[in-house]
Design a binder for this molecule. Structure first.
Ligand code: ADP
Ligand code: TRP
Length: 319
């Protein structure tokens, strides 16, 4: 299957992003033809300064490569390096009714949050449709908030195909249903905007400090601890198999250890899980040229696909 994922680069990644988005995506490259790009044209809708956008783009590339995105298997590029997508975006705009865009939840939510509405924000789903339709993506893994955008992509493609023949593949969304919401240090959903995140790449001391900040119950040391609803337990179990989870549960009930021990244990689990990723990250941070070469290679491959597609589209519509 041809799978396409788009990444909005918006700063430091946390454990919630890792389990909710990155790990499942990296798994996908084992059995699919994966196309992944950093959606910097999309980020422009909310970006306010050039250096942050540029830095976030390269940081996201380094993070994904460090976490196991394999450039031998996966085509990986920066959206603006294949500007053909903007031509398609304009053409698709003609097949997008105003009503369709006016119904977009994501747009309405952003405006409700006080982000000033500009045309790019409004037409964002059309650019997303172009991203998806250009390389004939069959599957698009997304978070729940993005399902509607993939549905809109299908609507736009159907409208086009009805008039001009079967030019576009109709994509399906894929939602990671089994991934629970990962809690942050205060027990609420982990999110960079709530200030409760545990970032993926910290030094060991800072990571322990962050784990120490996790809020737990006030059960005194020496008494059995309840694992249910406990954030340290919930986070630890993400790294454990069934047997190990039961063992941890037993340690909670034994009363021999306190939260301090479990916070240390959680830090070890996180540190261990990311050891290879840290090594790769160190490498890429010192070899930025290689990162740029990987992205250039991905852009070159995507451009070939894009040019072929655009030739068909132009002929079909009479340009
Ligand atoms: P944030 O809330 O920190 O801004 P994003 O909205 O940028 O995170 O999310 C990027 C990806 O990570 C999305 O696919 C989202 O589903 C996933 N994700 C973010 N936070 C969590 C969480 N706490 N639990 C599970 N998945 C998450
Ligand atoms: N809109 C997506 C998000 O905010 C990012 C994105 C842009 C995307 N283009 C895409 C995702 C195409 C999948 C396919 O997360």
């Amino acid at each position: 299957m041809r799978v396409l994922t788009g990444i909005q680069a918006s700063g430091k990644l946390h454990i919630g992003n890792y389990f909710g988005a990155m790990k499942p995506m990296i798994e996908l490259q084992k059995e699919n033809e994966l196309f992944t790009f950093i959606a910097n044209y999309h980020s422009l809708t909310t970006s306010t300064d050039a250096s942050t956008l540029k830095q976030n783009t390269i940081d996201a590339a380094i993070d994904y490569l460090s976490l196991g995105l394999d450039p031998e298997k996966t085509t990986f590029w920066v959206q603006s390096d294949v500007p053909q997508v903007l031509e398609l975006y304009w053409i698709l705009s003609k097949f997008t009714s105003m009503g369709l865009l006016e119904r977009a939840h994501s747009y309405k939510d952003k405006v409700a949050k006080g982000i000033s509405a500009n045309h790019a924000l409004f037409s964002y789903p059309v650019l997303m449709a172009a991203d998806i339709l250009m390389p004939d993506a069959q599957i698009v893994p997304v978070g729940k908030d993005q399902i509607q955008h993939v549905e809109m992509t299908r609507d736009i493609a159907i409208k086009f195909n009805n008039e001009y023949g079967d030019i576009f593949v109709l994509p399906e969304h894929k939602v990671q249903e089994d991934v629970a919401t990962i809690p942050g240090i205060d027990g609420q959903k982990m999110s960079k905007s709530y200030g409760n995140a545990i970032d993926l790449f910290m030094d060991e001391k800072a990571l322990q400090k962050r784990c120490n900040k996790i809020i737990s119950s006030s059960t005194p040391f020496g008494e059995p601890l309840d694992h249910e609803g406990d954030t340290i337990f919930a986070l630890s179990s993400l790294f454990l198999d069934k047997r190990e989870t039961l063992e941890l549960q037993a340690r909670y009930y034994s009363g021999k250890e306190g939260y301090g021990h479990f916070k240390k244990y959680l830090k070890e689990l996180i540190w261990e899980e990311l050891s290879e990723a840290r090594e790769r990250r160190e490498y890429y941070l010192n070899h930025i040229d290689e990162v740029n070469d990987i992205l250039a290679m991905g852009a070159k491959k995507t451009k070939i696909i894009a040019n072929k597609k655009m030739e068909k589209v132009r002929i079909a519509i009479g340009l």
